[in-house]
Ligand binder design. Structure first.
Ligand code: SUG
Length: 447
């Protein structure tokens, strides 16, 4: 049976803005309070989805969330009509209002961890939404993410949906941003690599000092248990705390894997040699495993953070070659673009580089790989996916029209207090749930 990897990209929501909410994420901090361009952001995202579909990849759309999140504001004591709730929050707690307006669900690498059916005990694809406890604005996402995923993968014969892990930093889970699957072929059992920032129940182990470690070892172990993964096909690697303190807030800012390639920076991991030896042995010797290590002397950690060299998608094209989907920031950086050009000539499976402009997302610390959630699946499993979410020429046209109709050109902090923004958001999402056939996944549709 044919197996492949599908990518589900987060559609940028109508409240896309720069609020400086993510301590430890350098781009988010540096662009705080800049004017954002929600329409342009959403169109940039759609362009990338269409480009991947045109390369012959299976590409899907993951819907955004309702913002501002007035249900959370009500939980926090604001009351009256929705307009009153927003206006009170703007006056009394502007920082809270900024947080409940974030369009951060667009970074769907953080939506969930997914284990394909070839890896799981029951032979089904398992989904665990990430609880995203480390950042308040992101901790508002998992319940709705779970409903959206269930509406996209709605067939109990093939798909198992777990509840997100307990909402506490001890089980802080950031989903696929810290998870990579290596395999000889998508249809073969793979080795699932979980990268964590700290061991929450063992403070004697190394941890970053300046910035938070968002992902705990214990959350990785819980997800592996829930998904029924076998110990001899799982590797837990600790992220180097020193790079977290330099702004590498997720592993996918310093490493990316696909099939038999792991592309990573020299400084990415703790105990690198031992852990990579474990990975090699669990991967097996039948297929060559390409461990492509980028040295400090080639590209520094700072250059990797500036350009998002590792927040690239490494994809396998229908012809069998691998391509790197990189942000234009990589092309514009002489050292990094020279590195990538040379990499395609090195005799590894990576043969092509494609650049995409996702600057609106990049300015909040989200590159091409942050914007996508990967699901390796068989043709039969694909038949069970909600067909309306899969990118086609028609859906691309419809989605562009939908964005043009519902999105503002620019957004500043002052606009977040405008109650009309909520009405616009709900109108847009009502239309979107029909286009993508999602049913009632949003709170306002359920009450
Ligand atoms: O969680 N930025 C996101 C970026 C997530 C990138 N994802 C991956 N690397 N997989 C975050 O830090 C910034 C929002 C703001 O500041 O307005 C933000 O949430």
């Amino acid at each position: 049976m044919k197996y492949f990897e599908a990518n589900f990209d987060g559609l940028v929501g109508p409240t896309h803005n720069y609020a400086g909410l993510s301590v430890g994420n350098v781009a988010s901090q540096n662009n705080a309070n800049n004017q954002s361009k929600p329409k342009q952001a959403a169109l940039q995202g759609l362009q990338k989805m269409k480009a991947l579909a045109d390369l012959g990849m299976v590409q899907g759309v993951l819907a955004p969330q309702e913002r501002p999140d007035v249900f959370t504001l009500r939980r926090l004591g604001f009351s009256g009509s929705d307009a009153n709730v927003i206006q009170q929050a703007a006056k009394q707690a502007p920082a809270v209002l900024r947080a409940v307006c974030s369009a951060s669900s667009m970074w769907t690498a953080n939506a969930a961890t997914i284990s394909p059916s070839r890896d799981t005990l029951d032979g089904k694809i398992h989904f665990t939404p990430a609880n995203l406890t480390n950042k308040f604005h992101r901790s508002l996402e998992p319940a709705t993410t779970g409903r959206i995923l269930a509406a996209m993968f709605n067939d109990a014969r093939y798909f198992v949906h777990h509840t997100h892990l307990p909402d506490n930093d001890h089980f802080g889970d950031e989903g696929a941003a810290n998870h990579t699957r290596l395999c000889a072929d998508y249809g073969q059992p793979g080795v699932e690599v979980f990268v964590f920032g700290r061991a929450a129940f063992d403070p004697s182990r190394p941890a970053p000092k300046k910035y938070p470690a968002r992902q705990s070892l214990e959350s990785c172990q819980a997800v592996a248990r829930l998904h029924g993964l076998s110990d001899d096909k799982v590797v837990y690697i600790q992220q180097n705390p020193e790079v977290i303190d330099q702004g590498v807030f997720h592993n996918d800012v310093i490493a990316v894997g696909n099939q038999n390639v792991l592309f990573y920076h020299q400084q990415a991991f703790l105990d690198s040699a031992t852990k990579l030896a474990e990975l090699k042995s669990k991967f097996g010797a039948e297929t060559p495993l390409y461990l492509i290590e980028v040295l400090d002397s080639e590209v520094t950690v700072q250059q990797a953070i500036q350009t998002y060299l590792f927040n690239t998608q490494v994809i396998t094209l229908p012809c069998g070659d691998m391509a790197i989907i990189a942000p234009t920031e990589c092309r514009n950086h002489p050292t990094v673009s020279a590195y990538l050009a040379e990499l395609t000539e090195r005799g590894t499976p990576i043969r092509q580089v494609h650049y995409h402009d996702v600057k609106q997302s990049m300015q909040n610390g989200g590159g091409p790989a942050c914007l996508r959630l990967r699901v390796a699946m068989s043709e039969q499993e694909k038949q069970a996916v909600n067909p309306n979410v899969l990118m086609t020429d028609e859906l691309f046209v419809t989605m562009n029209q939908w964005v043009e109709r519902h999105y503002r050109d620019v957004l500043t902090e002052r606009d977040l207090a405008d109650p009309a923004l909520l009405v616009e958001n709900r109108t847009a999402l009502d239309a979107l749930t029909k286009i993508l056939n999602l049913g009632s996944v949003y709170q306002f549709q359920r009450d």
